[in-house]
Design a protein around this ligand. Structure first.
Ligand code: 6GU
Length: 267
């Protein structure tokens, strides 16, 4: 029995919402194969009052309720030690924006652990899900080491965001995806959107698969895919191009697009 590459500890008031997603498909298999381990901790289990209260009215008045600090500190420190030695990430719309680069940062200790000689304890990530209108500021100040948002919109709680982070990070661990090329071709992995995919039949309702994909000419196919990825990104997410690693050939192709198809809407 070898330690999982990465262990997630999720602190939440709603542990039940995680099961259906985590018990399906790729993430289920990753847990069964001991590549990742996910432990769910109900913050309510660390309350000490008779009514198991986890929220209270805000000092200074105003609407809404605020998550109390005591059960959160007790939960996190009971599981992870005091002070915790792993990152404690608060999911909040006020956090830094999550993207593929942040996912790569978060998985890094797990990738290093895979090449370590000794049987070391698994790297861990603690994910703290906020709820209600807010969380006592002292949790941010004295317990949390990082804050992540998954986008510029407001969710009712951090649970969906925690699932997003678990999913995006886990699939970067070798072996989690069935495909040995793993996540390399994905949209965003290369700094570009992904090229289009086709499978059988070669003609569906009169719509053909691009001829090049049936040609068996692997060099031509690779060039076509690269150009399609560049075209898509140029059409849909031109903001990504300045940060994408581009070859001279890529730049020539994009210059040709600019010359031939000035600001063409998505075809
Ligand atoms: Cl991490 N939490 C909540 N409540 N809303 C969000 C979010 C997180 N990310 C985007 N919106």
């Amino acid at each position: 029995m070898t330690a999982p590459a990465l262990q997630f500890d999720v602190f939440t008031l709603f542990p039940d919402v995680f099961a259906p997603y985590l018990q399906s498909s790729i993430l289920l298999r990753a847990q069964q194969r001991q590549l990742i381990q996910i432990q769910l901790h109900n913050i309510r289990d660390w309350t000490t009052d008779r009514h198991h209260i986890t929220d209270d009215e805000p000092y200074g008045g105003g609407g809404g309720m605020v998550m109390k600090p005591e059960p959160i500190f007790t939960a996190v420190e009971s599981v992870l030690g005091s002070p915790p030695t792993c990152p404690v990430i608060l999911l909040t719309p006020q956090g830094r924006l999550f993207n593929q680069g942040v996912a790569r940062q978060l998985v890094q200790p797990a990738l290093e652990g895979l090449t370590a000689a000794a049987e070391l304890p698994s790297p861990r990530l603690a994910l703290l899900c906020g709820r209600y209108e807010g969380i006592d500021e002292r949790v941010r100040q004295y317990l949390v080491s990082d804050e992540i948002s998954i986008g510029d919109y407001v969710l009712t709680g951090g649970e969906l965001a925690a699932l997003v982070v678990i999913d995006a990070v886990s699939r970067l661990i070798p072996g989690v995806l069935g495909d040995p090329d793993g996540a390399e071709d994905d949209s965003h992995a290369s700094g570009l959107l992904e090229y289009p995919h086709y499978t059988r039949p070669p003609e569906f309702r009169g719509y053909p698969v691009p001829e090049v994909l049936l040609s068996g000419d692997h060099a031509r196919i690779a060039r076509w895919r690269r150009e399609q990825a560049l075209l898509r990104t140029w059409q849909r997410r031109p903001d990504m191009l300045p940060n994408a690693p581009l070859s001279d050939k890529d730049r020539k192709f994009l210059a040709k697009l600019e010359a031939e198809l000035p600001q063409e809407p998505d075809a």
